[in-house]
Design a protein. Structure first.
Length: 474
């Protein structure tokens, strides 16, 4: 698709786009941009052995932003008629007036524009798929789970998908377009044994069409949903204290995202709220550690051909060989810092202003193997599945709930554990990583990051050994 397709979709012309940014800047301003969105959402829910509900929704509109000094004016319209869009442009202009001035106002850096189809090539449009085919997907996943575990008493599965068409234009004359698919499937299973219940969840999400759903993926999800249930039923709550913690590859990356990644987002840096402020070029952890935020992983949930400011997607090393090398920038923080944007300006929809957000955040593999890291611990905890946590960005302090793991005793995994918290400080935990495994795994679950607004992300990590964290137990 070329730009004419998107102009026709939103029923505007390039001269009208120029008029809109001109109106937005008519009362003074350094920069203005437009964000057009047309998104269709669909979902199906299977519960109690039948597909019990489904939904369909269309979101359509345009957001208009004006930057003047250190102030942002933002307004949106839920239709793209010129009368309403001009009204929104004037509103954004008025909001941006009460400002002071910044020295750096290079918001329009001349980033390459165009149409983006690089990191999520079309793989079967969801809109071409028959509803009964999607229903059969959920029923097949359910039957695979019941066939593998007799203690299953309930399966709840949801298949959701969306197709978004995005067009962006700014006062630098950049016209950028992107078509963004997303498919997600989540299954939650309840098991019962001797009057005791346990549950597990498995999910997959990709920027892809319906071709993402294969028999192999459904089988993998079913196996994941029932695996380790014996350990769940006999898991204990261990004694707490300070001890080494080995984090399993994959989903443990959520701790990396929450406890460390947010502190690299440059709006927190610009406001002096991050513990990592002013530390570019400084060594913050072992030289075996490199941490990446990546928008270029094909079909990944966090992939971005362009971010939501029209900046091309890219791979950004936040930490390279133990040295803090970059923050995560949108156009505002990049201008303030005098550096190019890293393509991290993201928003939930046209109703929201873009801010620095992560994409796919992970630690690159090291050289150790998983077994040797576990063998090096005399007494500690191995964790492989985290749940919700809390983080203080300024101080870097965090608390995470561990859904499953094992005691480590004399270098061996012994009793399964649950219902414990991992408590620590992000920068200190990073500095306390003494071993990095060679088994990086990107977790392709339905991760969503909330920071005043929600965006899809993903995370990953190899097996790592943190020499000292607080484990909250008995």
């Amino acid at each position: 698709m070329d730009t004419s397709y998107f102009l026709n979709r939103f029923q505007v012309t390039v001269p009208q786009l120029e008029q809109l940014v001109g109106t937005a800047l008519s009362q003074g301003g350094d920069y203005s941009d437009l964000y057009f969105e047309h998104t269709t959402y669909n979902d199906l829910l299977l519960k109690d052995n039948e597909v019990s509900s489904g939904g369909f929704h269309i979101d359509y509109g345009v957001g208009i932003r004006v930057l003047k000094g250190d102030r942002t004016g933002y307004a949106y319209s839920e239709n793209t008629g010129m009368k309403d869009m001009l009204q929104a442009a004037r509103a954004a202009s008025q909001i941006a007036q009460a400002s002071t001035c910044l020295e750096n106002t290079g918001y329009g850096k001349g980033y390459p524009a165009g149409t983006g189809h690089g990191f999520y090539p079309e793989y079967g449009r969801w809109s071409d798929r028959k509803p009964e085919e999607s229903i059969q997907v959920l029923k097949k996943l359910e039957s695979l789970i019941y066939a593998r575990e007799k203690r299953t008493v309930k399966v709840i599965a949801r298949l959701s998908w969306s197709e978004s068409e995005i067009m962006m234009y700014n006062s630098a004359g950049e016209l950028t377009c992107d078509s963004r698919p997303m498919g997600s499937i989540v299954v939650s299973v309840i098991f019962s044994e001797n009057g005791k219940n346990e549950n597990k969840t498995s999910s997959r999400s990709f920027r892809s069409g319906y071709g993402m759903i294969t028999d192999a993926m459904l089988l993998e999800m079913a196996e994941e949903a029932v695996s380790g249930i014996d350990e769940r039923f006999r898991a204990v709550r261990p004694k707490g204290g300070r001890m080494p913690v080995v984090m399993g590859a994959g989903a443990s990356g959520i701790l990396l995202h929450e406890a460390m990644g947010h502190s690299f987002e440059a709006d927190f840096i610009r406001k002096g709220q991050s513990v990592f402020s002013g530390m570019i070029g400084k060594k913050i952890c072992d030289s075996s550690i490199s941490i990446v935020d990546d928008g270029t992983l094909e079909h990944n949930r966090g992939a971005c051909n362009f971010d939501d400011e029209g900046v091309p997607g890219q791979k950004t090393y936040m930490v390279r060989d133990g040295i803090l090398s970059s923050y995560l920038h949108d156009r505002i923080s990049a201008s303030w810092s005098g550096v190019p944007s890293t393509g991290n300006g993201r928003r939930e929809s046209f109703r929201f202003n873009p801010i620095p957000r992560m994409r796919a955040t992970y630690m690159e593999s090291g050289t150790a193997d998983r077994e040797s890291l576990i063998a090096s611990v005399k007494k500690g905890i191995y964790v492989d599945e985290f749940s919700n946590g809390q983080v203080k960005i300024g101080e870097g302090d965090f608390t995470f709930y561990v859904k499953s793991g094992f005691l480590i005793e004399n270098g061996r995994l012994t009793e399964p554990v649950k219902d414990i918290n991992i408590i620590g400080n992000g920068p200190q935990a990073l500095a306390d990583i003494t071993g990095v495994g060679n088994d990086l795994k990107i977790d392709n679950g339905t991760w969503t990051c909330g920071k005043d607004q929600s965006v899809p992300v993903s995370c990953g990590i190899p097996t790592v050994l943190v020499r000292n964290l607080t484990v909250g137990g008995e």
